[in-house]
Structure formats: structure tokens, C-alpha cells
Unconditional design. Structure first.
Length: 188
């Protein structure tokens, strides 16, 4: 049975606590994030949002924001995917006014954060899909290895680690983030 975004919305009204995506007509229910990966996502959103909001560059969202993606092969609006990156950024000119609904666009930046239950390959495939559909940059954060990998279409991935600084000059000119700032602190 091939499900649609309408089907997902109906299921969501019955189960708003579920994190769901629609992938090729199938509803995928994701488990809760582990505490560490959620904290890393929150830290990244905070660092991004401080820069973006003060300059009115666009919108930063977390893992509950759904994006209705264009269909690669067909023009059938019923067969589109609804996906949700852990962190996303959309330039102001592409989404001038927020809406109380899923948005029909591909974010300029999308980030996936590996949780303890995740496997890297599906996360990389999701990033590649977003890049093929129009995202400028995809990022994969792996807390197990303390790495951040930057993906761009038709370019080799760039792996960063502690001591490196993330910059995104094409999207966020002047913004910098020390990779070490992503990792949750340890309190004594």
C-alpha cells in the first residue's frame, strides 16, 4: 500500500508524539534520540540561530520540521517524500514567511546527527538525497568518533574533528564554529 502525505498527517493527528517521515510511500517512525545526540543538535541550533537571527538571514529549525520534497522521477504530487533533518537552515529569500504546515522546499543546509541506534549509511543516503534535490550543504555529525563531515554535491566529503573550525561561507558568510563546541560539556 502506497501512503501519501495526507495519510501521514492523519496518522500524526492520532499520534502527535511519534517522529515520522514519509519515504517512498512508507511511513517511517523514528525512535527518540539519545540524550547526547539531542544535546549536540540543540547546541548547533543555538549557535546557528544566534548568527542567523541577528542578521535576518533565514530560518533554523530542529528535527520536528517537515519538508515536502520534490519527487526526483515523477511529477505526481501524491508520491512525494516528507523528510525531517535533525537541523536545517533555509535562506530568508526562499521562505519569507513561516507557515503552520510542512513546507514544500529543500533546506539550504541539512544536518543529521548519529544517535546510538543509527547506522551511518542510511544517514549518508539521506544527506545525498537532499543534496540531489537542491540542498547546498549536508552535514553528518558522529558523536562516537567526534567528527563532523561536510557534504556538497559532486565533491569529496570533508571530515572535521576537534581543533577544526566549521565555516559555511556560501550560506553564512563570516560564521565560524569550533567543532569542539558541539560536544556536550562535562561538569565536575
Amino acid at each position: 500500500m502506497f501512503l501519501t502525505i495526507t495519510d501521514l498527517e492523519q496518522l500524526y493527528t492520532k499520534h502527535p508524539e511519534w517522529q515520522m517521515e514519509l519515504v517512498e510511500g512508507k511511513i517511517i517512525v523514528s525512535p527518540l534520540s539519545d540524550y547526547e545526540s539531542e544535546e549536540i543538535g540543540t547546541r548547533l541550533i543555538t549557535f546557528l540561530n544566534i548568527w542567523v537571527m541577528s542578521r535576518q538571514l533565514g530560518r533554523v529549525t530542529g528535527s520536528s520540521a517537515g519538508f515536502i520534497l520534490p519527487n526526483i522521477e515523477e511529477n505526481d504530487s501524491e508520491k512525494r517524500n516528507l523528510r525531517s533533518p535533525e537541523v536545517s537552515f533555509v535562506r530568508a529569500g526562499r521562505l519569507k514567511k513561516t507557515k503552520c504546515d510542512f513546507v514544500e522546499l529543500v533546506p539550504d543546509l541539512m544536518v543529521e546527527i548519529k544517535s546510538k541506534s543509527d547506522i551511518i549509511k542510511p544517514l549518508e543516503e539521506k544527506i545525498q538525497l537532499f543534496l540531489q534535490l537542491g540542498s547546498t550543504i549536508g552535514i553528518l555529525i558522529d558523536p562516537d568518533k567526534l567528527t563532523l563531515t561536510v557534504y556538497q554535491l559532486n565533491q569529496a566529503p570533508v571530515v572535521m574533528q576537534n581543533g577544526d573550525t566549521l565555516t559555511l561561507p556560501d550560506l553564512l558568510p563570516g560564521w565560524e564554529l569550533a567543532i569542539s563546541e558541539l560536544w556536550p560539556p562535562e561538569f565536575e
